[in-house]
Design a protein around this ligand. Structure first.
Ligand code: GRF
Length: 285
């Protein structure tokens, strides 16, 4: 249970302890204050007393825990927590949850996580989906306290495409960032127009099966291109094929190796992918 709370609230064990203490003291303070206030009135212990008590507890709980959270250094956690509760009570739309599918080092995944942590409290990275047990992106997920799902090829291609698991995790949108398996029709249909991919070149050139990593950049250089870049596109049943959402370019210079070109393209990816994801999320229902 404690591990689950740590993952849900993205806190370490020590912070979790401080949060629990704040809840306990804040709760007691709320009860004590409510009784004190009621005792100042002449309401006897009738139903009205308990009704007022519930109302007072509801009103006094947020300021009490916020106050107690200050000496425990948990003010910003409780500020966010109370905001979230208020959003729920006032019926504002639930958070949008993204699943990042990645099986590489995960530098894009890290940028996306950083961006949404800093820019939006209504968009969350709910899951990292990976097909390699030793992928770097899994360490990022662990560090960021994001749940992971390690997937199996047979089940992905010929089973349920992990649709149930994704729905169960409340995933609204899927972002591919270094994920090499073809997405099966069952998953494409379940998330129609809600799966996007980034490709490290200007599609439709230098894309398709086996065009990944430095092979893409080697192909760009071999073709004598003077320009490369990134393509962000919707995912359909063919590799690197769905409609283009965004492209950005960078020069290819004479001295480029696939490594130097990769670094330039990576910088473009990091700059644009999170912002494009945010724009796409604004268009989904
Ligand atoms: C990126 O270059 C992306 O374009 C491609 O896979 C790579 C993933 O890199 N689809 P990283 O693991 O995010 O660093």
């Amino acid at each position: 249970m404690f591990n689950r709370l740590q993952a849900k609230w993205k806190v370490n064990g020590w912070q979790l302890l401080l949060i629990i203490i704040t809840f306990a003291i804040g709760g007691s303070l709320t009860g004590w204050l409510s009784r004190k206030l009621l005792n100042l009135t002449d309401i006897d212990h009738s139903w009205a007393y308990y009704l007022y008590y519930v109302v007072l507890v509801t009103l006094l709980w947020p300021p009490s825990v916020l106050l107690v959270s200050i000496p425990f250094g948990q003010f910003s956690f409780f500020k966010k927590y109370i905001k979230k509760i208020l959003k729920r009570i006032t019926g504002r739309r639930k958070d949008l949850k993204i699943a990042i599918f990645a099986s590489g080092t995960g530098s894009n995944a890290q940028k996306i996580i950083d961006y949404f942590t800093a820019h939006s409290s209504a968009i969350k990275i709910g899951l990292i989906v990976c097909n390699k047990p030793n992928a770097g992106v899994l360490s990022i997920a662990e560090k960021e306290h994001i749940p992971t799902l390690l997937i199996d090829k047979k089940k992905f291609d010929h089973g349920n495409g992990y649709v149930e698991e994704l729905k169960e995790a409340g995933i609204d949108f899927i972002v591919l960032a270094g994920f090499l398996w073809k997405i099966p029709p069952i998953l494409i249909n379940a998330y129609s127009n809600k799966i996007i991919n980034i490709h490290p070149a200007l599609l439709p050139k230098h894309g398709g099966k086996n065009m990944y990593g430095n092979r893409v950049h080697a192909s760009v250089i071999a073709a004598g291109e003077t320009e490369s870049g990134i393509t962000i596109h919707y995912v359909d049943e063919e590799y690197d094929h769905g409609s283009t959402i965004f492209q950005a370019t960078c020069p290819v210079i004479k001295e480029d190796t696939s490594d130097t070109l990769a670094a330039r393209v990576h910088a473009l990816e990091h700059e644009h992918y999170p912002k494009v994801i945010e724009k796409c999320l604004k268009t989904i229902k």
